[in-house]
Design a protein around this ligand. Structure first.
Ligand code: NAP
Length: 316
């Protein structure tokens, strides 16, 4: 099993690299960086080897600026791009990051044409679309980390409110990874029992909770400058699910072609079945009227913004 990470000197790239290396099923991990960052990723690799020796894990870690090295990767994780700073929205990064994502996606399709590409760069729904169109890969092989991290954040907050172990909470957030995310409360359960049947549901303030999920990234960035562990473990969940062909249902940014509410030609956070072939099934979920309205609204907004960014790249 071989995984390559592009933009590996960045905070998310290097944290994801360490999470993945620890998983004990990888044969090879390739860290790709611009030439100016090579020293940093060489240092990361040396530091990781020490930690992995302590854990008794063996994995070969290569560092390079040469895309030849990503050949025959099973999964390529794209984390390159400008990160948010306090007061900067994900959309503000759109035009600059689209150029980076378009350039690197073409390289992935040239040097590792059979791989699955996981996009992390923000605004991730739009960047997934850019990566899909630039790589010309099949739609099942390019997707974004999307709402997986938002869903994990919601899961944690529900577990705290209902005072129950986090593993008992099944919930998801769909739509945009941003202001227009939609919590799927109607199908959220604890241990298989719908949320509304718990007495603590009466004091559960979804607006306040989803506000916290929306602001989670911004709050972390304002306090420690970047998010690292959350995205890194979310990336590791997704890559592990693919490589072990687990067929788990996760919420990632996938290309929609009419599967949900007839929405077409946009990349958006939706529940999917994930396995060795990437997105194996986009699950046509049932929603309440409000959830449906908010999801369709998110789709329209992301589609408009995608159109603007694709125009800036000269692709429309
Ligand atoms: P970071 O620490 O600033 O690292 C970004 C890396 O991208 C840099 O180290 C560099 O890697 C590469 N890079 C920066 N500018 C570049 C340019 N002009 N051309 C080519 N490569 C460039 O940022 P981060 O915190 O790791 O975040 C990386 C991206 O992930 C951001 O867009 C951020 O918003 C996004 N993100 C997404 C999620 C999510 O849930 N979707 C969560 C967290 C972060 P090399 O020098 O090694 O090439």
């Amino acid at each position: 099993m071989k995984v390559s990470i592009i933009g590996a000197s960045g905070r998310v790239g290097r944290a994801a690299a360490f999470c993945l290396a620890e998983e004990n099923y990888l044969n090879e991990l390739v860290l790709i960086s611009r030439k100016r960052s090579i020293g940093k990723i060489e240092g990361e690799a040396l530091d990781m080897y020490d930690a992995l020796a302590a854990k008794g894990v063996e994995v070969s870690i290569k560092t390079s600026s040469d895309f030849d090295e990503i050949g025959d990767s099973d999964v390529v994780v794209l984390t390159s791009g400008i990160a948010r700073k306090p007061g900067i929205s994900r959309m503000d990064l759109g035009v600059a990051n689209a150029k980076i994502v378009a350039k690197y996606s073409k390289k992935v399709s040239k040097f590792s044409p059979e791989s699955i590409m996981l996009v992390v760069t923000n605004p991730v729904d739009i960047m997934t679309y850019v990566a899909l169109k630039s790589s010309e890969f099949e739609k099942n092989r390019v997707f974004g980390i999307g709402n997986h991290l938002d869903s994990l954040r919601l899961k944690h907050l529900i577990s705290k409110h209902f005072n129950i172990h986090v593993s008992e909470v099944h919930t998801r957030v769909i739509g945009e990874h941003g202001e227009h995310m939609v919590p799927l409360l109607s199908s959220t359960s604890i241990g298989g029992i719908l949320l509304k049947y718990f007495s603590a549901f009466e004091t559960f303030d979804i607006n306040s909770i989803i506000g916290k999920v929306k602001n989670a990234g911004g709050e972390i960035i304002s306090k420690k400058e970047s998010t690292e562990y959350g995205p890194a473990f979310a990336i590791s969940n997704i890559v592990t699910t693919i490589l072990n062909d687990e067929k788990r249902m996760l919420t990632v940014t996938a290309y929609l072609d009419g599967e949900i509410e007839g929405i077409h030609d946009v990349c958006l956070g939706v529940p999917i079945k994930l396995g060795i072939h990437g997105v194996e099934w986009i699950i046509p979920i049932k929603m309440t009227e409000n959830e449906k309205r908010d999801f369709i609204n998110a789709a329209m907004i992301v589609k408009n913004n995608t159109h603007k960014i694709m125009s800036s790249l000269g692709k429309i």
